[in-house]
Design a protein around this ligand. Structure first.
Ligand code: FES
Ligand code: FE
Length: 423
């Protein structure tokens, strides 16, 4: 259950061992060293507006129940009864102050306490201690601009520390307008047969694939041909973001009313963060380590989690996030644009899913799982972002869009966490 540093990801992460995507033992180790340690995305505050509301999701493979308790505090629990382990909540979301287990009826409240046990005195006697059977609670839960994260690790840094310099880009993406954002229309959930890191590294910085994988979409004029003029920024702790320059203007032609809205948004951004930062909005595509990715374009913003379901399977939860201030008819329009391109029916999503699936298939066999994959594009072209763009820019950047700098940063973080337990 251990390996040496440098064994699976070389020193500058320009080569990554194929076993990362197929090895069962590594997958088991990831559960301990990555998913039980990192902050993981569990939902959006707009899903838990009222006190007593709840949603269910997973943190890696662990089912969790996220609630806003009677006092308005966010809490997260393992969605598993302390009697025999049954899921105490089966609904995706709703509002309830109690959760009654469907097996024998133990009932918990939104503070996680075991409130009642059927026939308690009769079947257990008077000495049964209900207080010892509270739900298992996450170690920490916190939110930023509506995004809720939780971690099982009591020694984890604060969410702000964990996100580090990525918070600057989250400000630009989610605090750009008065009123903030909301999750529109629930979640798309579907399953594909790929390792969870394949889509995560794609969103972290794979701009190279766009003209090829999405060639048909480009030809149909759905999006312009990608230029190599843009930025790839690694903000620390494995978090990355990248975009072509001028991406901000691309969607403006789509609709006059939308343009008016975007201009208003830009004015608010300039007032808050200055001209230079405003020019970086929409901020582009990125991944927050380990498995939350996003895409912020002029047409829509999607956030998605690549929930691992075994070494070669993920359940994707994808959602659309919009500014609350966006008029209703434009919200519908944005939703249409998102569904055309992404989500289970989206043409770009299907392009990506097909390629990712074939990666997994090619590495399943005895020979295919041996050897290394190449990540050396753009080695040596990174420098401090602030040197290139001036303040307030943060992180380290490359002067070209098509580089694998962000993927390298991603796998360096992966290797760091995976070998840390061995010291
Ligand atoms: Fe929940 Fe028995 S498993 S009450
Ligand atoms: Fe893609």
């Amino acid at each position: 259950g251990s390996f040496r540093s440098g064994e699976l990801v070389n020193a500058d992460a320009s080569a990554v061992d194929r076993r990362l995507f197929v090895d069962e033992e590594l997958y088991r180790l990831e559960q301990e060293r990555i998913f039980a340690k990192c902050w993981l995305f569990v939902g959006h505050e707009s899903q838990l507006e009222a006190n007593g509301s709840f949603l269910t999701t997973t943190m890696a493979e662990d089912p969790v129940l996220v609630v806003r308790d009677k006092a308005g505090k966010l809490r997260g629990y393992l969605n598993s009864c302390t009697h025999r382990g049954t899921k105490i909540c089966r609904a995706d979301s709703g509002r309830s102050s109690t959760f009654k287990c469907p097996y024998h009826g133990w009932t918990f409240n939104s503070e996680g306490a075991l409130m009642s046990v059927p026939r308690l005195g009769q079947v257990y006697g008077e000495n049964f201690d209900r207080s010892k059977h509270s739900l298992r609670e996450v170690a920490k839960i916190d939110s930023i601009h509506g995004l809720i994260f939780a971690t099982w690790d009591p020694a984890a840094p604060t969410l702000r520390e964990y996100l580090g310099e990525m918070t600057f880009y989250l400000d630009l993406m989610l605090a750009r307008m008065e009123g903030g954002t909301e999750l529109l229309g629930g979640l798309h959930k579907w399953t594909i047969g790929v390792n969870w890191k394949i889509p995560a590294e794609n969103f972290a910085g794979d701009h190279y694939h766009v003209p090829v994988t999405h060639g048909a979409g480009v030809e149909m004029g759905y999006r312009s041909q990608l230029s190599n003029d843009g930025y790839c920024i690694h903000t620390g702790n494995g978090h990355s973001i990248g975009s072509e320059r001028g991406g901000a203007q691309q969607g403006h032609a789509v609709q006059t009313e939308y343009k008016g809205f975007m201009d208003n948004m830009r004015a608010q951004l300039v007032a808050k963060y200055g001209e230079k930062a405003a020019a970086f909005v929409p901020v582009g595509v990125g991944t927050i380590f380990p498995n939350l990715s996003f895409m912020d374009t002029a047409r829509f913003r999607t956030f998605r989690v690549w929930h691992p379901r075994g070494v070669d399977k993920i359940e994707i939860h994808s959602c659309l996030i919009v500014d609350r201030a966006l008029p209703e008819d434009l919200k519908r329009e944005v939703r249409k644009r998102y569904s055309l391109a992404f989500g289970p029916s989206g043409i770009f999503e299907q392009d990506d899913g097909d390629v990712w699936q074939s990666i997994q298939d090619s590495m399943r066999g005895r020979i295919g799982r041996q050897g290394w994959l190449n990540y050396e594009m753009g080695v040596g072209r990174e420098g401090p972002t602030v040197d290139r763009y001036g303040p307030p820019f943060v992180g380290s950047t490359s002067d070209i869009l098509m580089t694998e700098a962000n993927q390298r940063a991603y796998y360096r973080q992966w290797a760091k966490l995976m070998t840390e337990g061995d010291r």
